[in-house]
Structure formats: C-alpha cells, structure tokens
Design a protein. Structure first.
Length: 272
C-alpha cells in the first residue's frame, strides 16, 4: 500500500506556461502535471515545441509567463540537484576520440558538486547495479565507442540511473537504433517505472513505440492538443482532425514509418 500512497506525489507541475523563441510563440498556455511513477510520452511534429518544453523544464530556457515546479521547486533549484536526470538527443553519439569504458561512463553519474573529491564505496555498488539494470555487465570494460547505438544509449541511461535520479527526461532516445534495441530499451524504461518507482518523461516522434509503451501520451503542437491514456490516443485520421488537416489525397502527413514529413511540416513553419 505504501508504494501507491507515495506515488501521489507531484513530480512536475506546469501552469499557464508560454515560451517565445526569436519573437515567435513556440509554447502557449501549457498546463501539465506528472505524478511519481508515471511513464509519459510527448509527441508532436518537428517545430511543435517538444524540445522547448524540455529545456524550460530543465531551467535552460526562460518562459514569458507561467510557472514550472519540479518536486515543488523551481527548475534547476539546488534542492532538486541529483533528483532529475536528463538524456539528451546527442548523448548516444559521443565524440569518437573519447576513451571511456562503459563502467567509467556510468560512474560519471555518481559525481556531483557535493562529492566531487570523495567518491564513496556505496557509489561503486550503485555503478554496478546501474550497469546490470541496463543489461551491459558483459561489456562493462569495453570502450563505449565500440558499442552499438542501442548499447550506447543504454550506457547513457545507466549513467543517469547511477546518479539515483528519480525523474528522468529523455529527448528522442530511439533515434538511430534498430528495432530490437528499441524494444528492449522501452522495456527497460517501463521496468524502471514499475520496479524502481522512477518517473519518466520521454520525447519521441516514434508514435507507434510511444503508444505501445508509455502509460500516458501528450500531443503537443504549440499547446497540448491531447493528454490521456496511450491506448486512447487517436489513430492517424483522428490525429489529422486534431490538427485540423483536411484530407486532400487521402494521405496524412503524420505517418508511423516515414520521417520526411516532419521536416516538411517544419519547413512550412519556418517560412511563416
């Protein structure tokens, strides 16, 4: 019983958030609450404000109006240091000249401002546990540059787990990895929510993957157009209606398999 009681805690609360970038409204009146233990997927076309929302949550971008609270604190508050983990889009494409083993990379997660000079023995245990959780024990001493894309993505998530973060934000973690790696990565994230009580907020344009894995989906296009259980997320035709798209040729610009339309819709937005 205690577990579900704990999970009523609000991890993220966004109220009336609006953000402009280069004098253009990117996010308008965003209201959102994520509770402990939720696995939430954020989808939307390119240029719809997904990365902007993440950056605002992380305290990298300032908002024009509205408030963001993480564990009842403002973004990037020292009180939430170590509780928030962030896996960026570039995380898995590490510079090729870096010589670092999986274990060393994961250990970086245990270093913070407070313990920079005193790494405790307990952190070694955390490192080994994190490596095991992401299924990389057999390659722990291998150079990260020799890993596959999927393994590298797991190693980066291992680093976040070693930091003991409770709230994990991921920006497009599925890009550039094959289907099998993608599926096992999604299963890992799901397990982290169920077994470790982690809260996960994942941005992706892989609609099918997000729909099958996350518990709740948000569809963002400047403002939140859909927020509900993933199994109730509209199909492509419903999605077109949601976006006010008229069927001209019977095709929809949002497609499960093609990524080209994203760039196409993005170009249109840039021209406006």
């Amino acid at each position: 019983m205690t577990e579900s009681f704990e999970c009523q805690e609000s991890v993220l609360k966004v109220q009336g958030l609006s953000v402009n970038r280069s004098n253009k409204s990117v996010l308008k009146n965003i209201n959102l609450e994520i509770k402990c233990g939720e696995f939430v997927g954020l989808v939307g076309p390119n240029g719809s404000g997904k990365s902007t929302l993440l950056m605002a949550i992380l305290g990298i971008l300032n908002s024009q109006s509205g408030t963001i609270e993480i564990y009842n604190q403002p973004p990037s508050s020292s009180k939430t240091l170590g509780k928030v983990g962030w896996v960026s889009q570039a995380a898995a494409s590490l510079p090729p000249h870096i010589r670092l083993t999986v274990r060393e990379l994961v250990r970086l997660g245990t270093i913070n401002k407070k313990n920079f000079f005193w790494l405790k023995q307990s952190s070694n245990q955390r490192v080994e546990q994190a490596i095991e959780m992401v299924g990389l024990s057999h390659v722990a001493d291998m150079d990260v540059t020799r890993l596959s894309g999927g393994q590298r993505q797991r190693a980066v998530i291992g680093r976040v787990l070693a930091s003991d973060a409770e709230f994990i934000l991921l920006d497009e973690p599925l890009v550039g990895i094959d289907r099998e790696s993608r599926n096992s990565l999604l299963r890992l994230l799901d397990r982290l929510c169920h077994e470790q009580n982690k809260t996960i907020f994942m941005v992706s344009h892989d609609l099918a993957a997000i729909r099958q894995t996350t518990h709740r989906m948000l569809y963002l296009e400047e403002s939140i157009q859909f927020d509900g259980p993933s199994d109730q997320f509209p199909d492509l035709i419903g999605l077109a209606d949601l976006r006010g798209i008229k069927h001209v040729h019977g095709h929809d610009e949002f497609d499960h398999h093609s990524h080209h339309h994203h760039h196409h819709s993005h170009d249109k937005e840039e021209e406006e």
